[in-house]
Design a protein around this ligand. Structure first.
Ligand code: M7G
Ligand code: MG
Length: 320
């Protein structure tokens, strides 16, 4: 026939229109054929080739809760701890007011922004120094947010664990809060790794953040180069990336160019204004979806084929 599009798909080929989670109104795709192609690659490749990379704030946590209560970010959880010195609160707030507009400035080039972000995280680390602080304070505040994870997060992390899929939670926020929320929600399984900024101590007092600094514009797998997680995942070329900010879509940059990446974006704020950019950036855009149902559906398809393969192999073995 000489034309790819017209070629009849092999039997067992999955069609987007036959996957109910992907035909919901709030599930948008600019290029459904590309999504379909990647799903079939994932299903054929099986769990051994998969890895998941996810943002934390408002990706694993909800963008909107049932009771309407705001969910604190990981830095927000730290800032809500009662024992922090007054001066810390005043000065970090000043930094936020200065640097946050730069971070989201649509006109400034990323290279220029990066300099400012390094400055912000550095100054924030300097302020997070020289006073005593106990992790139990973070745990206390974080306990309020263990129920603010997306619906079916527990099941989703159980799926990832059962299938042995390495799961990287990437956050330019505060790792101590991220880990605390995930632990208290009972999803911190052995396949989960959190790469983020963690508190450092010296002589019993806080001493800023541990290296390497993770900021908005280096939050991707290049920052992992050479560490043990990179070694674990660099051969896993089938990648699901999940985020709520445009920049999250780049979290897997640094992996080999031949990789197949499915980018899932959760869109909630200013839906109309953001839609076009999200559609161009993410393969699947979920509008006000506060669940893990779509990523779970992808894992379900991969697992189903995996089970069939295992059964076929067992049947072949017993017939020998
Ligand atoms: C250094 N610093 C950075 N941030 C914000 O923390 C965010 C963490 O970035 P992220 O991990 O991409 O999380 P997200 O899901 O919230 O986007 C950045 O986008 C910054 O806006 C910060 N926020 C607070 N409250 N305090 C800080 O010191 C601070
Ligand atoms: Mg986020």
């Amino acid at each position: 026939m000489g034309c790819d599009e017209k070629r009849e798909p092999a039997s067992g080929y999955l069609r987007v229109q036959d996957i109910p989670a992907l035909t919901q109104d709030h599930c948008r795709m600019l290029d459904p054929a590309k999504v379909e192609r990647i799903i079939n690659e994932f299903v054929q490749g099986g769990p051994e080739r998969m890895q998941l990379v996810s943002d934390f704030d408002y990706t694993i946590t909800k963008q909107r809760t049932d009771d309407g209560c705001a969910v604190l970010s990981s830095f927000g959880i730290f800032n809500a701890c009662e024992s922090l010195p007054e001066n810390f609160k005043v000065e970090t707030e000043k930094l936020y007011r200065k640097y946050r507009p730069i971070e989201i400035d649509p006109h400034m080039p990323v290279e220029e922004k990066t300099k400012f972000m390094i400055e912000w995280w550095t100054k924030s680390g300097e302020l997070t120094s020289g006073f005593s602080f106990d992790q139990s304070e973070i745990d206390h505040v974080a306990s309020k947010y263990k129920h603010a994870l997306r619906d079916r997060t527990h099941e989703f992390f159980a799926d990832l664990d059962r299938l042995g899929i390495p799961t990287l939670v990437f956050s330019a926020g505060l790792g101590n809060s991220v880990v605390s929320v995930l632990r208290q929600a009972n999803v911190m399984h052995p396949n989960v790794r959190v790469v983020s900024n963690f508190l450092k101590y010296r002589n019993g007092n806080l001493d800023g953040f541990q290296q390497p600094m993770i900021h908005t514009f280096n939050k991707n797998e290049t920052v992992l180069d050479g560490n043990e997680y990179y070694d674990l995942v660099h051969t896993r070329d089938h990648i699901i990336v999940m985020g709520d900010s445009i920049g999250d879509a780049d979290m897997a940059s640094g992996v080999p160019a031949s990789s197949h990446i499915m980018k899932i974006g959760f869109l909630f704020d200013h839906v109309e204004a953001n839609m076009e950019k999200y559609m161009k950036t993410f393969d699947i855009v979920l509008v006000d979806d506060q669940t893990m149902d779509v990523p779970r559906t992808l894992l379900g398809l991969i697992e189903k084929q995996h089970q069939l393969n295992l059964q076929a192999a067992a049947a072949k073995q017993s017939s020998l």
